[in-house]
Design a protein around this ligand. Structure first.
Ligand SMILES: Nc1ncnc2c1ncn2[C@@H]1O[C@H](COP(=O)(O)OP(=O)(O)OP(=O)(O)O)[C@@H](O)[C@H]1O
Ligand SMILES: O=c1ccn([C@@H]2O[C@H](COP(=O)(O)OP(=O)(O)O)[C@@H](O)[C@H]2O)c(=O)[nH]1
Length: 226
């Protein structure tokens, strides 16, 4: 069996983690593990960690590290046979250290996107709350305005995507993410990408992954839109 591949993707809200993760999962056959999805699953299933997590999310806060690791690390144990890309975790140095004790990462992708771009994107972000599917009214609009393509249910805009909430969220992200970025830099596995468009970043990430996931050959999948 070929060696398993493990990666994390980091970046501020709106940096395109979800969008790029979907492309990576689609092109390279990795499992896309989203911490937000895990949290929402635990909330729906009313697990102990889910009920606890909900009390923080309702206040617009990050879930504390010990709750988040309790919720997430067992899911990684279920994934020992698979290659995966983890999106949304770690968000803090404590989470990065917990993850480091649980498994060896091959790479950490860091998206560094200008503030104005983030604001503009999130202003146009609409989501289908039940599935977490993400749309953008300019970049990838739904087929019918305001309606989820798959279920036909209405889309919503998240409170904390509004410009007023965003600046504080981004400031908080920078403070918390800096030690995580330094941690992966010191390990020599950090790859930072800076641009205003996912379509510009994507070919570079795709080329990197093609060299690191040897079972899969690079080809047209590294074009700007897969
Ligand atoms: N690693 C984590 N640490 C703490 N809380 C987390 C973590 N991952 C998810 N959460 C909680 O779950 C919520 C939903 O996460 P999700 O990543 O889907 O959305 P988000 O924070 O709005 O992300 P983004 O705007 O970057 O796409 C977060 O707002 C946060 O409260
Ligand atoms: O080049 C891009 C990449 C993403 N988006 C949109 O920007 C928003 C944020 O992207 P995503 O949810 O993937 O980012 P995340 O918060 O997961 O980092 C979404 O509405 C995407 O459709 C965009 O307009 N242009």
């Amino acid at each position: 069996m070929s060696k398993l591949f493990r990666a994390v993707i980091m970046g501020p809200p709106g940096s395109g983690k979800g969008t790029i993760s979907e492309r990576i999962a689609h092109s390279f056959g990795l499992k896309h593990l989203s911490s937000g999805d895990f949290v929402r699953e635990n909330i729906s299933a009313k697990t102990e960690a889910g009920v606890l997590a909900m009390t923080y999310i309702k206040k617009g806060l990050l879930v504390p590290d010990h709750v988040m690791t309790r919720l997430l690390l067992p899911r990684l144990v279920e994934m020992t046979k698979y290659s995966w890309l983890l999106d949304g975790f770690p968000r803090t140095l404590a989470q990065a250290k917990a993850l480091n004790s649980a498994c060896d990462l091959d790479i950490a992708i860091n998206l560094n996107i200008p503030l104005e771009t983030l604001k503009e994107r999130l202003r146009h972000r609409w989501i289908h709350p039940a599935s977490g599917r993400v749309y953008n009214m300019c970049f990838n609009p739904p087929r019918v305005q305001g309606i989820d393509d798959i279920t036909g249910e209405p889309l919503i805009q998240q409170e904390d995507d509004r410009p007023e909430a965003l600046v504080a969220r981004l400031r908080h992200y920078k403070d918390v993410a800096k030690p995580v970025i330094d941690f992966y830099k010191a390990k020599g596995i950090l790859y930072t990408y800076s641009d205003t468009e996912t379509d510009q970043i994507w070919p570079n990430i795709c080329t990197l992954l093609s060299t690191r996931i040897p079972t899969i050959q690079s080809d047209a999948r590294c074009a700007s839109t897969p």
